[in-house]
Design a protein around this ligand. Sequence first.
Ligand code: DPP
Ligand code: ZN
Length: 845
Amino acid sequence: PKEIFLKDYKKPAYYFDTVDLKFLLDEDKTHVFSKIAVVPADDASASSPLVLDGSDLKLISVKVDGKELNEGDFLVDSRHLTLSSPPTGKFTLEIVTEIYPQNNTSLEGLYKSSGNFCTQCEAEGFRKITFFQDHPDIMAKYTVRIEADKTKYPVLLSNGNLVGQGDIEDGKHFSIWEDPFKKPSYLFALVAGPLESRDDTFVTRSGRNVTLRIWTPPEDLRKTAHAMYSLKQSMKWDEDVFGLEYDLDLFNIVAVPDFNMGAMENKSLNIFNSKLVLATPETASDADYAAILGVIGHEYFHNWTGNRVTCRDWFQLSLKEGLTVFRDQEFSSDMGSRPVKRIADVSKLRNYQYPQDSGPMAHPVRPHSYIKGAEVVRMYKTLLGSQGFRKGMDLYFKRHDGQAVTCEDFYAAMRDANDADFANFLLCQELPPTPGQSVKEPMFIPVATGLLDSHGKDMPLSSVYHDGKLESLAIEGKPVYTTVLRVTKKEEEFVFSDVPEQPVPSLLRGFSAPIRLQSDLSDSDLFFLLAHDSDEFNRWEAGQILARKLMLSLVEDFQQNKPLHLDAKFVNGLKSILCDKSLDKEFIAKAMTLPGEGEILDMMVVADPNAVHAVRTFIRKELALQLKADFLRTVQENQTSEQYEFNHTNMARRALKNLSLAYLTSLEDPACTELALNEYKAATNMTDQFAALAAITQNPGKYHDEVLADFYDKWQHEYLVVNKWFALQAVSDIPGNVENVKKLLNHPAFDLHNPNKVYSLLGGFCGSLVNFHAKDGSGYQFLGELVVQLDKINPQVASRMVSAFSRWKRYDETRQKLAKAQLEKIMSANGLSENVYEIASKSLA
Ligand code: DPP
Ligand code: ZN
């Protein structure tokens, strides 16, 4: 396969004006009729060939302006259909293809699974439905006619408005959908099946009634209340914050159990992995409820950032994803606690994003840079302020509605709306060089800063000396307490005037730029910030910096076989956070959580999973031991007594209680284990029940096995809960767990064809430092063999799994050899997919 680079972008020689599709749906053999109004681009020379993408298609016929083409007039290979000399001027292209939805286990294009027909077209799935210029810069108006058996597929959905439906011969029926908005092919969607809907209405601020429907199998309908709530909140929020209204009279969401990703923003017909729609207090945890809110918001927000204004090519992915992730983060912040949301997002960034950025995974088509892109958008807001940012957004929509654009266009809108000068600051800018994108511009870094006085209060900031000039920081004559320093050069000096005493600086407040900050703050400065910073994010960050330093130094001790010892100041610092009644409980829970193992591994020259795991476990147990009384009291004081409600106060309380329970249970002390067992039995919601289960199963033994069996027994008919059960066992750090995971592969509830199950079991397993990186190579071998098997079923899912190997060079020699051998074995497998090939070969390179 040939790699594509950004510089290779060429304007299309032909555009498509309208696309009429007809589907004769059938499990085994579906026929797709496509009729396209083709328009040559202004500057197209008459003789340009028209190259259409296609994959796994059987071509039945091609017609141009109603005339069937003869063999010599076109060329078909496994990837393209090429018309070598199409007519000059506009023409109509008609293509009939045959596809096999039942056999399509890749879950890309049109597929049939769990009783439904369903599509997934981003990024390049539409070419598995029909021959097409399958690039996002081809925007067209679509009309879709669907015909199918009426009993088996009573519901037939596509994008836009339903403009016709009725019965036809042989027990079949049809529906016709018309989407008035131009869209790229990756936003096409079709769903057919025995579904029912929860209906509601949203009245837009200009007074239009929008019908909202969430579709699921009938038995799941009662689990869609939270998703509907989330959708209505999202619609309202986008009006309030960005002035953006929904643009059609109907908005559909469909929940399907077999889906490669979390969800997809197809125009007016969002398709969701059912785990991001279905929730009841008994079956879904607080984390699930929060994820549903965020992802329903995310997909809805794409209607403007992604759909109305789309990407010119896939190198512009962060234009829609970064911006939309930023929007969903802001939405969730407004719906809950802003600092806690920021802490959660930055933890995610550190544990998943940095590792990928410096690895070989930075391919533009892969959705790797969602979170990083969001950080760049956030910097615009930090630099321009809320109003300036909004002005930039307004101009962006005004200029580009209905267009396929680039990151530079976004940048230009922000700049022009604000008369701002931030040269070198681009949305796509990423450092250091990543494969395929070697040119990296210098940075423009906003560093939000405050200064604490000796009482821990923010000092008023009135001016700063910078670049030989005294700049006033005051706003409307009043001093500020946080100011954004703009760092644009390698070396820069900012001198604050009017500072009456030695301050402790609070730098990069709210994580104002996605950088790794090194400072010369002493430990006592950091403890001071942990205790006093008015910026809650930096308060948390101070604790994290201390914990990272501590963990790294204990890792060295561990490697030198020295006894491990936990610094009393660290314990006391955390104790005062744990016992501070004035703090938000979820903030306490976050502050009491040590940095993830991945984060520490990433800071090491040679990653040592055993040492990192041992040290993290040691600190956890030591904290549990020394703060046992406080943790016990915290559990008692935060017992659940009320009915489940999704609100910040209750979730924060549960988070703190369950965190304390996990610490206590790590002690393997019978009284603590009994406490967890009681919590497990008494739980009235999944959050509490699963947290207790996870706490108990940290340790091997009788209770471990008993509660796991009990939990399965209880929930075996709820597949989403069973996935949690798989994941919990897979991620276990109990040594030798690979054997258990192998057994679970043969469990009747497991199925390699279902992505969620694979992510739970295999993905979970790769998250265990001890077992995936086992020094006998058993974990690597297990993954290597499964990737090859999985690739034959679903290449996208297989390639996600193979990426667990992508950082193999970070480990010691023994592990390097073992992982490399598996990657080589994967590469030598027969009929390897392009997806897996790409990740495996780049990992080896
Ligand atoms: N475009 C999809 C989304 O934003 C990819 N997962 O959810
Ligand atoms: Zn998205």
